[in-house]
Write a protein that binds this ligand. Structure first.
Ligand code: ZN
Length: 242
């Protein structure tokens, strides 16, 4: 375990890449994990752009709790420790596939959201953006929020299947990865591209890789440190390092 602290302290430009696994400790369901959303509900359909365009109510009916009920979710030890490590100067950037905003809630500042989040919604007809709370109130009832200006359907700025990743976020993430001499991958099976390619930029430059995930990843053989259990490691870091 002491190797983990050395890994963090030796890095000059350490970045972190997080996936759904880090939020499981906050009671949010993983997508591809053992009890993941893909096993229990039709996540591919919920976040499918064509389905949304034909019938937006399918998305809003199925997300009223696990997206719009997120206010009740609290950051877990993973989010807390990552925020403290950034404030202490160890972590330079945090790249996340998560849409739950828990890193920001825990106090992380330089967060790059590769799949967006539901913080902002925009009108599918006129493009008007809003982050006002009435959108959440309607969505929490499972109803479809409509544009105040033109009545068009509002869609969250979450990247759906069939949509490209937000270019700004992706470019920012690649820029950070090219600067990094070390990367820690947490709770991601690194299977969703192009996001999953981020660690390769670090490794290609001779940077070091640590992975904590409860399932195998395609990058395991490149990792100098490899662990399964996030809770054990983050409880240890919180006690021994911070
Ligand atoms: Zn509109």
């Amino acid at each position: 375990m002491k190797e983990i602290i050395d890994f963090i302290k030796r890095a000059k430009h350490l970045i972190v890449f997080t996936g759904a696994g880090v939020s499981v400790l906050s009671g949010i369901k993983d997508f591809r994990g053992k009890n993941g959303l893909y096993k229990t509900m039709n996540a591919e359909k919920i976040f499918d752009l064509d389905v949304f365009k034909t019938d937006p109510s399918f998305y809003y009916k199925n997300t009223k709790e696990f997206i719009y009920g997120l206010d009740e979710k609290e950051p877990a030890v993973t989010h807390r420790v990552l925020s403290k490590l950034e404030n202490a100067g160890y972590i330079k950037a945090l790249i996340t596939q998560n849409i739950d905003m828990l890193h920001q809630k825990a106090g992380s500042k330089n967060v790059i959201e590769l799949h967006g989040s539901a913080k902002v919604h925009y009108c599918m007809s006129c493009g008007l953006e809003t982050s006002e709370s009435w959108v959440f109130e309607i969505a929490r009832r499972g109803e479809v929020p409509k544009c105040k200006k033109c009545g068009g359907v509002l869609k969250p700025r979450i990247t759906f299947f069939g949509e490209a990743l937000p270019m700004n976020a992706l470019n920012e993430a690649i820029k950070e990865a090219r600067k990094a001499d070390a990367i820690i991958v947490l709770g991601s099976s690194l299977t969703v591209y192009p996001a999953a390619a981020i660690p390769s930029y670090v490794v290609e430059n001779g940077g070091k890789l640590m992975i904590v995930n409860d399932m195998p990843t395609p990058y395991d053989s490149y990792a100098s440190l490899r662990y399964d259990d996030l809770a054990t490691i983050f409880n240890y870091l919180e006690k021994e390092m911070l």
